[in-house]
Design a protein around this ligand. Sequence first.
Ligand SMILES: [Zn+2]
Length: 289
Amino acid sequence: MAVAAWRARALTVGGAAAAGLIGLVVFGFGGLAAAVPLLVFFVTGTGLTRWSARRLRPASARPAAGAAGRGPKGRSDRGGQDTGSDVRGRRASQVAANGAVAAAAVLGAALWPDPAWAAAYGGAVAAAAADTWATELGVLSKRPPVIITTGRPAAPGQSGAVSAPGTGAGLAGAVLIGFTWAAAAALGQPFGAPPPAALPLAVAAAAGGFLGMAADSVLGATVQVRFGCPACGAETEGPVHFCRPGGVRTEPRRGWRAFNNDTVNFTATLAGAAAAAALFRLLTRAVGG
Ligand SMILES: [Zn+2]
């Protein structure tokens, strides 16, 4: 899968290596059943990225891929806010930011058996999927998005910007992953134990994913580092601005330097996993299971 994704330019070499490692951990410790939601996330995410790229920019009007700032993690680098990473697909750090928590949850389940790990895993994957779906479909919104914390109008694709279609798409992505995972876990017994209660697992993973996506937007609107381009004055989210040939190095302007787009994604999937595990505990306790 990773090699195919690299050949299709959905991943860089490093991104493919990171994806292969995460896939190996998930498949190795959780089997095919655990790999199912990850595959659904990857296939739908890649498909939506391509589809929305075509919708946004017909082939005839498409300039050099990097210059337009249309990266795989569109939220970070649309509208000329280029991270300089897009042309060859997702980088290792982007893949790790989305997949590390999921892989850790599968490892946790193998080392310390507890059904809450399954919910955490589902919540992490659902958060990544929700964020991707929201980003790719939200930019097609006819009305401009607003910053989640202030309600002020924002540029499509800006970190912290939310729209009704994007939020709806994110919810759909989270629900798809939650229910796919619960079905796969019920059929496949991923961790060699009786499968966790299916409905609480599905609901907890989906809700965790949705909350993770919300956390991503809030962090993107508040602590995420923003850069300024010394050449043209534009505010960007990446260290390089492609307003000139070869790009211009930008300078940090506000936010925390440590909180770049990858850190925000990682924190959001962690929040999604924690919320899903906590909700799963509540739900299974409520029904006495
Ligand atoms: Zn510039």
